[in-house]
Design a protein around this ligand. Structure first.
Ligand SMILES: [Zn+2]
Length: 324
């Protein structure tokens, strides 16, 4: 089988240098396509020979990326469906709190406290409710105006606009980047901004997929976290730690989790994703919920092994801003 060609498209730039260190990159995996929304195009992921960071190629230009988010992310017209209603109910329920104790907490929903918390990329504010319930004075930032409006309607303060332009009167105790950093075209700048918004000794809570996950070789091109063209960078525990240290964070603790939902999503993508077609099965609660439970029940020894050998599906890090 011949290798699919990277399509030449004016709104994508074929990046040859590493987005972090400008080092040379070589192909890690090619022939990737969008397994979620059915967006056109063939992509690859390249690895920097200098710092080991992996990144998407070609990378969408900022205007194209904005366009893609507005069309495919957050609302895309999906409100009040069975899936969104069940999700809304589940995240505020006792079952969810019990579930994350068992399955792992990738979004910091079980951490309690009382300080000011900023959720960077807060979407429609679903997670802000969890942070507020846990005692934090939670606020958010969100680029998508429609999503931000929904979060404001739920009573939260949300800043829309570039993170660099956000200048709060009082710095935050906690900044959260829950599955956000890998979406950034400039992760260094994002972490610099996060540090600027934190008080001295403030904490950054960060989670993202683990590029060393055991599910990656198992599912190959169908691994759910390639998520082209939205996931720009892919982190291992080492590359994430290095980036956090370079950005001025200290006392970095990284844990690994393998959420059953993520494993189930890779399985669904493997069986149902077709190039150029949205994978509706990923949003079918009658398929996803039983599969999640099945994964949890049958695969827990593998999940445990993966998490203990640095091959979990998700990296969960806490880092401290030590600057006074
Ligand atoms: Zn590099």
């Amino acid at each position: 089988m011949s290798e699919p060609r990277i399509e030449e498209n004016a709104s994508y730039k074929k990046e040859s240098g590493c987005v972090l260190c400008t080092g040379l990159t070589g192909t890690s995996i090619s022939g990737l396509f969008d397994t979620r929304f059915g967006i056109d195009g063939t992509f690859e992921v390249r690895r920097c020979v200098r710092c080991g960071m992996e990144q998407l190629s070609p990378i969408p230009a900022p205007a194209e990326l904005k366009n893609l988010y507005e069309h495919y992310y957050n609302f895309c017209g999906e409100r009040g469906t069975v899936y969104t209603s069940l999700r809304e109910w589940f995240f505020s329920s006792f079952f969810y709190r019990a579930w994350i104790r068992l399955d792992g907490d990738i979004s910091f929903h079980s951490r309690t406290g009382s300080g000011r918390l900023l959720d960077i990329g807060c979407n429609e504010g679903r997670t802000l409710k969890n942070y507020a319930r846990n005692g934090f004075r939670a606020e958010g930032t969100e680029l998508n105006e429609t999503a931000a409006a929904a979060a404001r309607a739920a009573g939260f303060t949300v800043f829309t606009g570039a993170l660099d332009d956000f200048a709060p009167a009082v710095p935050y105790d906690v900044a959260v980047l829950s599955n956000v950093l890998e979406h950034s075209l400039d992760p260094k700048a994002m972490l610099r901004s996060a540090r600027r918004l934190l008080k001295a000794d403030g904490e950054l809570w960060i989670s993202c997929p683990n590029s060393q996950s055991w599910l990656r070789p198992v599912f190959g091109r169908w691994w759910i976290h390639w998520h082209v063209p939205f996931h720009i960078t892919h982190y291992s525990e080492d590359t994430l730690r290095n980036l956090l240290e370079e950005s001025g964070f200290r006392r970095i603790e990284i844990r690994q989790i393998t959420p059953a939902l993520w494993a189930a999503s890779s399985i669904v993508a493997r069986f149902f994703a077709r190039k150029g077609r949205p994978t509706r099965q990923l949003r079918n609660p009658f398929l996803i919920f039983p599969l999640v439970l099945l994964c949890r029940a049958l695969l827990f020894p593998v999940f445990y092994w993966g998490n203990r050998t640095d091959r979990g599906d998700c990296l969960v890090a806490i880092a401290t801003n030590t600057d006074a």
